[in-house]
Design a protein around this ligand. Structure first.
Ligand SMILES: [Zn+2]
Length: 444
């Protein structure tokens, strides 16, 4: 059995909580602890939460219950850090189109609730945020009540560049370098967590943002100490972006499997993460191949009857995927696995909110695709927790179960290391030290 693999004393981490912090103390006992790092799972572990922080975690025999702590017997269950999705677009139905008018405060909130419902306690919204989301982020920072949110505000592309064919003028389309610089300053004024650039000519179908504009954005962003992350497709664009100080990558290099050692070394030594977003590619055929997937309670729980009908029509009328699309997908899977094996941080991101890409549910599909790419379930969990926290620059607060971290936790009814789909077998979710009432979250 798997338990024979579980080393009892491998990750003993415990500490004495300061007396002053003993408010709202909880101890989760008897659980198998999967801490989000490469540590071996610990059977019969205990985790103490005081206020909004984890104050001790390790084998139950090494962790004392604080006086008056609520005791939670979690025998037979599995505890992981709250999952993180680093590639989302909020304020969308997740139906067949990303319609600019769908974006309201209410829908941003519903999307955040959907992530939380599926155990994703942190999301990073990359490039389509407008006023309502920026305001909500401020409220969340003061007191998290739904998934934690990091945001890039509105991202940059070329005039008429991808994805303006889908989202119109939401993406910034600076007319020259001076304009780009001014718009970076505007984003700095908004206090964005990162800046997003789309660098993708869609194989000649769309204008691509010019190299000198990319360099200007990177230069101005560095003055404001804001990391810049890019949607990429080609190796050449990826290298150019990294050479000028790019901090992170969305999607995967898809035009070659020949990844130069010097680029790999750069990614490794600077801990720059890729967020491959394999699901965005698979969605071209995911529902087309099996329309019955749209009848699952996971789907119907997230969408209104109107959106469901539109999704069914879109799936039925979708063109067969081209050989090129299938080939790109296979390359992305292989490059993701190859880079991970070479020590490059790889993190989970779903592009949730883009066409047919349901918030939270597709984060879990991305985890399954990582397994298809050759990742072990433990590696997938790491990609969705500690690697993601690293990519956010929040590894001191988020992404693992250890004393001092924020108490964002997911308690599972089944072993995710045996089958990654067990990440959806959620018993309870804890956000910022409080159990979430999942049943009361408004999702649609
Ligand atoms: Zn995206």
């Amino acid at each position: 059995m798997r338990n024979s693999l579980i080393a009892l004393a491998a990750v003993a981490v415990s500490c004495t909580a300061p007396q002053a912090m003993r408010r709202d103390a909880k101890i989760i006992r008897g659980v198998t602890l999967i801490d989000g790092t490469d540590a071996v799972p610990v059977a019969n572990a205990a985790v103490v939460v005081e206020g909004n922080k984890i104050t001790a975690a390790g084998p139950a025999s090494t962790v004392a219950a604080p006086e008056g702590a609520e005791k939670i017997d979690a025998t037979g269950k599995f505890l992981i850090p709250g999952l993180m999705d680093l590639h989302v677009h909020l304020g969308s139905t997740g139906g067949p189109g990303f319609r600019p008018d769908d974006y309201t405060r209410d829908r941003v909130l519903q999307n955040l609730n959907s992530y939380l419902y599926f155990g994703i306690t942190t999301v990073r919204s990359v490039g389509t945020e407008r006023g309502a989301g920026m305001l909500l982020r401020g409220e969340e920072r003061r007191k998290p009540t739904t998934a934690r949110m990091f945001t890039a505000g509105r991202g940059f592309t070329a005039p008429g560049g991808h994805p303006s064919q889908e989202i119109g003028a939401i993406a910034r389309q600076p007319k020259d370098e001076g304009d780009a610089r001014a718009q970076v300053r505007e984003l700095a004024g908004q206090g964005v967590d990162l800046i997003k650039i789309w660098i993708d000519g869609r194989r000649g179908q769309s204008p691509k943002i010019e190299a000198k504009v990319i360099e200007t954005i990177l230069d101005e962003a560095s003055k404001h100490k804001i990391p810049v992350h890019a949607h990429i497709h080609s190796l050449a664009d990826t290298r150019h972006f990294l050479e000028h100080g790019g901090a992170g990558l969305l999607h995967m290099v898809r035009d070659t499997e020949d990844l130069p050692k010097e680029m790999v070394d750069h990614l490794k030594t600077r801990r720059i993460a890729f967020v491959p977003t394999l699901i965005r590619q698979e969605l071209a055929w995911y529902y087309r191949d099996k329309p019955e997937r749209l009848d699952s309670p996971d789907v119907t729980g997230l969408v209104t009857p109107d959106t469901l009908r539109a999704m069914k029509e879109a799936a039925a009328s979708a063109p067969a995927p081209t050989d090129l699309a299938k080939k790109d997908f296979d390359i992305a899977l292989r490059n993701s696995k190859k880079l991970a094996a070479l020590g490059v941080p790889i993190a989970i991101g779903s592009d949730g909110g883009s066409q047919m890409d349901l918030p939270g549910l597709m984060t879990h599909r991305e985890c399954e695709l990582f397994v298809q790419a050759g990742f072990t379930p433990i590696e997938v969990i790491r990609a969705a927790t500690s690697n993601a926290a690293l990519a956010l620059g929040r590894q001191d607060e988020l992404g693992s179960i250890a004393a001092g971290k924020l108490a964002d936790l997911v308690l599972l009814d089944a072993d995710p290391t045996a089958d990654v789909t067990n990440l959806k077998r959620i018993h309870r979710v804890m956000l910022d030290g409080n159990w979430v009432d999942r049943g009361s979250l408004r999702l649609k």
